[in-house]
Unconditional design. Structure first.
Lengths: 165, 149, 165
């Protein structure tokens, strides 16, 4: 499914998806985050979206399942393993291994981010989408994406520093 | 597919033959590296490509020779040949001999080339010879190299 | 003599300075950096021997920028095949050129070849110290260097000369 078709077929039902999410999650901000996450999910699988006769119905199902997953993991807090308490010294003879470990730690931290922040940081930093593009896909304002991105990056930094002290 | 294979092989061969230390094959100082590179008391370093990403040099080759006083004379001899057509940026003479020379060679296909030579006083003298290639503006490279602390 | 000046000793126009890096890092955490600025930052952060304060950014960029997935480019199947073939050829060329010495790093001591990069740097450092022990101007500065790169050190010998007039 092309970019234009995605915008034409999926984005118009955003509001409907939001209301659905709100029914499950109650909190307005949570629902907003969930809808953005769903839209990003759909975006990443847009190639196969054309296979569905009723894209809107499919999007609704995705939203429902996404919200249910969110509710399931809401109270689960998994602290990071203590084995990540490493010193990343620059004169460490095992510098290569340290670097791998550092990146592994960053990966784990990102995986623990809220879904939306995770999705945004991946799209921006790894896939190099522009903020404007992400805003378009999620039907949000540029500033909202920027704020989420900023929060995500700061959180990763703070967690990393905490775990490597 | 066969034609593609033929062309790719041809291309590979072309690339192979052109990747000997480019730009230095016509220089006399090449002989210094060849002659002294594997000797005792000699340290030679060569860096090309990725390792130099931090420096905007494209090639760096240096040799530090100890305990071979005749190397200084040999290098000076090589440099009198290589300085033809080159700009002598700096020269320090001590007791009638040039103990420091910096040459900016004629650029080769947009690549600027520098040769730096230094013979330290002392017994025995330690001789340093460095060859640098860079795509940066020659004056900029020189400024960097000669930057005072 | 100021030890810190050796981090910027060879200021090369293309590379950013520490103060510029700090400015961009702040922008990065505000979610305001452009792709180009992030590339400059990445280049800065992959340097060795940076102060410890950059360890979080080094780890983050190391993970995020290494794991790039260009998922937004969707090629029709025949073009995909062409792309694969092109990649194979390019890889073959790259391997050949690597083998032929496009990316080289080695040292030879007393006729013995050294390929370990860390060793190469140590060797260069030691040999340079020997040379400049007779040159007082440079010696003081060199003692301040712990792990400066080969090129800087080799060029130290020439920095004792007068300014280019």
């Amino acid at each position: 499914m092309s970019q234009e078709r995605f915008k034409a077929e999926v984005l118009p039902i955003r509001e409907k998806l939001f209301h659905l999410a709100q029914k499950y999650l109650e909190d307005e901000q949570d629902a907003e985050d969930a809808v953005q996450e769903v839209l990003l999910k759909l975006w990443h699988t847009r190639e196969s979206l054309s296979n569905y006769d009723n894209v809107a119905a499919f999007a609704t199902t995705v939203t429902k399942n996404h919200c249910l997953d969110r509710l399931k993991t809401k109270n689960r807090t998994e602290p990071l393993d203590d084995s990540y308490n490493i010193r990343a010294g620059t004169d460490n003879p095992y510098l290569q291994l340290e670097r791998k470990n550092s990146e592994e730690l960053v990966r784990k931290i990102i995986e623990k981010l809220p879904d939306l922040q995770q999705a945004i940081i991946r799209m921006k930093d790894m896939e190099e989408y522009e903020i404007e593009e992400i805003a378009e896909i999620t039907g949000t304002k540029v500033e909202a994406v920027r704020v989420n991105l900023s929060r995500a990056r700061k959180k990763v930094r703070d967690e990393y520093l905490k775990w490597t002290n | 597919m066969k034609t593609a294979k033929k062309y790719s092989l041809l291309l590979l061969l072309t690339i192979w033959s052109s990747t000997t230390l480019m730009g230095q094959s016509d220089l006399e100082i090449r002989k210094v590296f060849e002659e002294y590179g594997n000797r005792k008391g000699v340290v030679m370093v060569e860096l090309k490509g990725k390792m130099l990403d931090d420096y905007d040099f494209t090639a760096f080759k240096s040799i530090v020779i100890s305990n071979q006083p005749e190397a200084g004379d040999f290098i000076r001899k090589c440099l009198t040949k290589d300085e033809a057509g080159a700009k002598k940026v700096k020269q320090v003479v001590s007791s009638g001999k040039a103990t420091s020379i910096i040459l900016q060679l004629a650029p080769k296909e947009d690549t600027n080339r520098l040769i730096l030579f230094n013979e330290s006083s002392g017994n025995p003298p330690k001789i340093t010879l460095i060859y640098i290639e860079s795509d940066e503006n020659a004056d900029d490279v020189l400024k960097l190299v000669l930057k005072k602390k | 003599m100021n030890k810190n000046k050796y981090y910027m000793k060879l200021y090369i126009p293309k590379k950013i300075s520490i103060s510029e890096a700090d400015r961009l890092i702040e922008k990065y955490y505000d979610g305001l950096t452009t792709v180009e600025e992030e590339q400059k930052l990445h280049k800065f952060l992959i340097q060795r021997n940076l102060p410890d304060k950059y360890r979080a950014e080094q780890a983050m960029f190391g993970y995020l920028k290494a794991d790039k997935k260009k998922s937004k480019i969707l090629l029709p199947t025949y073009l995909q095949r062409v792309a694969v073939v092109a990649i194979i050829f390019t890889t073959a060329f790259t391997i050949q050129t690597l083998v032929a010495g496009q990316n080289t790093a080695y040292a030879i001591i007393d006729g013995k070849k050294i390929t370990n990069k860390a060793d190469i740097e140590n060797i260069a450092m030691n040999s340079l110290r020997e040379i400049t022990s007779t040159n007082n101007e440079v010696e003081e500065g060199l003692n301040a260097i712990n792990n400066t790169k080969i090129v800087e050190q080799q060029l130290e010998v020439f920095n004792s000369m007068d300014d280019l007039k």
